[in-house]
Design a binder for this molecule. Structure first.
Ligand code: NI
Length: 221
């Protein structure tokens, strides 16, 4: 099977698997990460075949929804790619990236070992900020029954991945705090030059949004 057909088949597979998911991890999240990773990958001159496959499969089983078991995603991806007879070297590289890209809180530094991993991680993180990031944050917050905002609850920093997941999936914390706990920190965690440039614009927009949100909350705007 040609590389082009492998990508096409994988697009179909993921589209069927993930459409209609409402927490912001649906097919369109994958589509945006795929497109952004492709864009960054071209600019950074990285291996586009590995990037495309890893981007398409990176949330095949999201860490936050699998009880912390981070081998479910890579295993599913491996099974799928073996079925398509992708060569073992590419499969290993794709699976390693899937393991690396999941966000586990800011204190848990997870820097991918390869350029391709860095590109996919950047694309995934870019989709968590800016206008799209704002929409996804409220959607995820609703899924976990979080309140939009409560001035009495202040943002916090998480010491471990476990603590981060508990806070993300339980009904404590607020959606607005999530901006301070995660989203506003992502700009400085970008790996590639291209992603850093894009992140600056998206970061600026989120900050403007928050200023306005907090003003309206107090009835000033
Ligand atoms: Ni993702």
């Amino acid at each position: 099977m040609s590389k082009k057909d492998i990508i096409k088949k994988t697009v179909q597979y993921i589209k069927e698997r993930m459409s209609g998911e409402s927490s912001g991890h649906d097919w369109w999240h994958i589509y945006r990460v795929y497109k952004t990773a492709e864009y960054i990958g071209k600019k950074e001159k990285a291996d586009l075949f590995v990037i495309r496959l890893a981007a398409l499969l990176h949330d095949v089983a999201d860490w936050k929804f699998t009880g912390g078991n981070d081998s479910i995603g890579p295993n599913l991806a491996k099974k799928w790619l073996k079925k398509l007879k992708v060569n073992n070297d590419a499969i290993d590289r794709v699976c390693e990236i899937i393991k690396e890209v999941s966000f586990k809180g800011v204190s848990t530094k997870s820097i991918p070992r390869t350029e391709e991993g860095m590109v996919v991680q950047d694309a995934d993180r870019l989709d968590a900020i800016g206008a799209i990031g704002i929409a996804r944050t409220f959607a995820t917050g609703a899924k976990f029954n979080k309140v939009i905002y409560d001035p009495a609850i202040s943002p916090r920093r998480y010491k471990s991945a476990e603590e981060y997941v508990i806070s993300t999936t339980k009904k404590n914390g607020t959606v607005i705090n999530h901006f301070y706990e995660k989203l506003l920190l992502l700009k400085d965690l970008m790996n590639t030059k291209t992603a850093k440039r894009i992140a600056v614009r998206r970061h600026k927009f989120m900050k403007e949004y928050l200023v306005r949100f907090l003003k309206e909350w107090k009835g000033w705007a």
